[in-house]
Design a protein around this ligand. Structure first.
Ligand SMILES: [Fe+2]
Ligand SMILES: [Fe+2]
Length: 351
């Protein structure tokens, strides 16, 4: 966007819901919040509109007019407004001329396809028509914020974990799992931030927010076990392979789902039984119980990944099995080692 705070807001007159028109100039003497959004009744735009709706009492206190602008026709605005009881004006910029004047009509890409679209942007315009606040599209970080420890090492430099049941061995195992869970929290939120705007239904967000909550519980449960052993998350080095998988698949939802839930999390299901058996054998029933809980949630996460993978394949008219195989070959660095826990992978296991 080329506009900046202090600039005069470009004038516009647009048709609105309810068959009216709105002119920015006619709002002089009032504060105006103008927000540009991609499309009526899609998950991100609905959340944003409902956010403005719920904050209406605050906007009323400062006597501000709210105007939402997209390229949807007036009749789509009418439906959207009625469906969510939106108490403000929705204006229709079907030719994108106003979007262009404001610099929010930009090239985007989805599934590798390039197209022009509206960049979600909000502006606050003062009583004289001057821009006083500017909130361009929220940008999410390539890497999430992380605690100062653990030290991250390349996978090949990680100390080998011993299979025995010594206390140090168990701490190392729980620490490695706690690190995986921390990454899993970030991965679930990253999927929402990065891909939810790609016109996916609301349930997509709900599913991954639920996954993020469960991953956070897993991390907390493992951190508690570490504390019980006089250790803490961060005490040992950890490797960064999981986040590298996230970066390698940041461009495409199908690649992300194929590699993260459908290879890496599914791989977790393959190896957890052995870990539970080993912990029980060495008398650590409490850690085994934590792993059982994680195991049963993780079956759900693989199921969630599969559901949205199939959904996206259908939407793009791609055959799921061949697409999965091609994406894994291309984006997963490593080999798939048996044994495979087929029952759990297909959600048939009830432990
Ligand atoms: Fe987990
Ligand atoms: Fe998970």
């Amino acid at each position: 966007m080329s506009l900046k705070i202090g600039d005069k807001a470009p004038e516009f007159t647009l048709p609105t819901d309810g068959g009216g028109t709105i002119a920015l100039k006619a709002q002089r003497g009032k504060k105006v919040v103008v927000y540009f959004y991609p499309k009526d009744d899609t998950s991100g735009c609905t959340a944003e509109a409902c956010g403005f709706r719920d904050a209406m009492p605050d906007f009323s206190k400062i006597d501000a007019t709210i105007i939402g602008i997209s390229r949807d026709p007036v009749r789509a605005h009418d439906k959207f407004k009625q469906k969510y009881q939106l108490p403000f004006t929705l204006a229709s910029d079907e030719g994108a001329e106003v979007c262009e004047k404001y610099g929010v009509w930009v090239q985007k890409s989805m599934y590798g396809r390039k197209y022009m679209g509206i960049e979600r942007t909000t502006l606050l315009i003062d009583e004289k028509g001057v821009i006083r606040g500017l909130w361009p599209k929220a940008v999410y970080p390539q890497r999430p914020a992380r605690p100062g420890r653990p030290l991250l090492l390349p996978a090949r430099d990680m100390p080998k974990r011993r299979a025995g049941g010594s206390l140090a061995g168990r701490i190392a195992l729980l620490h490695a799992l706690a690190h995986i869970e921390l990454n899993a929290i970030d991965l679930a939120w990253d999927i929402v931030a990065r891909f939810a705007a790609a016109e996916l239904p609301r349930e997509f967000c709900d599913d991954w927010v639920r996954v993020a909550a469960e991953e956070a519980e897993h991390h907390a449960l493992l951190a508690e076990r570490l504390t019980a052993f006089g250790a803490a998350y961060g005490d040992l080095p950890a490797h960064d392979g999981l986040w590298q998988a996230a970066e390698a698949t940041a461009h495409d939802l199908l690649a992300r789902l194929a590699v993260v839930p459908l290879v890496l999390e599914a791989r977790g299901l393959d190896v957890t039984h052995d870990m539970i058996a080993r912990l029980s054998r060495h008398g650590d029933g409490e850690s085994a119980t934590v792993l059982r809980r994680i195991y049963s949630d993780e079956i759900g996460h693989v199921g969630t990944g599969l559901r949205w993978f199939e959904f996206s394949c259908t939407r793009r008219a791609l055959p799921p099995v061949e697409t999965y195989q091609a994406l894994v070959r291309r984006f997963f660095r490593g080999t798939l080692k048996p044994p495979f826990n087929d029952d759990a992978r297909t959600g048939r296991c009830r432990h």
